[in-house]
Write a protein that binds this ligand. Structure first.
Ligand code: NQM
Length: 351
């Protein structure tokens, strides 16, 4: 692939994110060649991604690669790749529940899964984490259409520990946190322990240099404790500041992914927050309001809320484990066509 050839690509909004969706067969199999191609497709590295189709923000510089699954328990495999905006880096270290919302409709559109009468369900193996999801959505009347599709996703318990450090609370870089992983590794931090309210807008938080330095130290220390080793260059764990709810939800959040502050919250990030709120003795005690939600917890974020249905149960070793997690999102096809990557061996950046 020289870059003058085009390749088949569907651009979709999945929840609050946007990504380029590909069939695995339409991309090079070899990861280094694939990643080089994807940088040129998205227009990285360049803060504006002017010469590509990326949206110049981590939430809009995402890629999904989909193939028929060899696993009898799944219909399709979904590999998520985060394409860094201003560095020539493509990472498979995290999963993405927002982009997941488009996987079912995309698999049907590309003929990997037959459309069923009325409603179609697709069983997805999320390659990044090994976790699974079943997504169900109304079978579209027309194959490609710009109508939003409402997708219900159910996540069975994963194999990993809900509390990766084995504790409901840890002290990292001098701050009490709860490290939780219900699909996305997240460090929960009471906002007031970092001298912010947790109600600031993302721009204000991103421009707070003292906060950024503290979050950096907390993330590095928590990453080690959670078993990830040195997380300097990875996008996980995420960091979520917690404050009491203001709009009838269970909690207010501000999430760092991990440097930019999310304008909403990731789906799996919210699933981890919801589970973390239920952890006895966790840092959400005294902050979150769980009394009214039942299985459904409303996670408030800077631009609205995400509802997560979740329940925990006790594991054999007395540690809490996730029992069930479910969420509803919408996905929408933005275009389906041929994308032309920047030619090989050309730099990103302004032209
Ligand atoms: O947590 C952003 C997003 C995400 C991830 C991020 C996500 C999830 O909003 O499932 O969706 O945390 O980098 O797309």
């Amino acid at each position: 692939m020289t870059g003058t050839e085009g390749l088949r690509c569907m651009l979709m909004r999945g929840g609050t994110s946007k990504g380029a969706y590909f069939l695995a067969d339409d991309l090079p199999a070899e990861p280094a060649a694939r990643d080089d191609l994807l940088l040129r497709v998205m227009g990285s590295p360049d803060p504006r991604q002017t010469d590509g189709i990326g949206g110049a923000h981590p939430l809009t510089s995402k890629v999904a690669i989909v193939s028929t699954s060899q696993d009898p328990a799944a219909d399709v495999d979904y590999l998520f790749l985060q394409v860094n905006v201003d560095e020539p880096v493509v990472s498979d270290r995290q999963n993405c529940g927002n982009i997941l919302a488009g996987i079912g409709p995309f698999a049907v559109e590309r003929g990997l899964v037959p459309a069923a009468d009325g409603e179609t369900s697709v069983r997805i193996r999320m390659v990044n984490s090994g976790d699974r999801a079943t997504v169900t959505f109304p079978t579209p009347e027309r194959r490609v259409s710009g109508a939003p599709v409402t997708v219900a996703a159910e996540f069975p318990p994963g194999d990993g520990a809900l509390l990766p450090t084995g504790h409901s609370r840890d002290i990292v870089a001098g701050i009490e946190v709860t490290c939780v992983d219900n699909g996305m590794p997240v460090v929960l931090i009471p906002a007031d322990s970092l001298k912010v309210t947790g109600y600031e807008d993302p721009e204000a938080l991103e421009s707070n240099a003292e906060l950024a330095a503290q979050l950096y130290d907390i993330r590095l220390a928590a990453g080690e404790l959670m078993g990830f080793g040195d997380v300097t260059d990875t996008t996980v764990p995420k960091l979520t500041l917690l404050a009491p709810p203001r709009d009838g939800g269970a909690v207010t959040t501000r999430t760092f992914i991990p440097v930019r502050c999310h304008t909403a919250i990731g789906v799996l990030g919210a699933a981890s927050v919801a589970a973390g709120l239920r952890v006895e003795g966790g840092v959400a005690d005294g902050i979150a309001q769980l009394s009214t939600g039942g299985d459904r917890l409303r996670i408030e974020h800077p631009t609205g809320f995400t509802d997560i249905e979740s329940s925990l149960t006790g594991g054999p070793d007395g540690q809490p484990v996730a029992e069930r997690t479910a969420v509803v999102r919408t996905a929408r096809t933005l275009f389906d066509g041929t994308v032309f990557p920047r030619p090989a061996h050309t730099p990103g950046g302004p032209r």
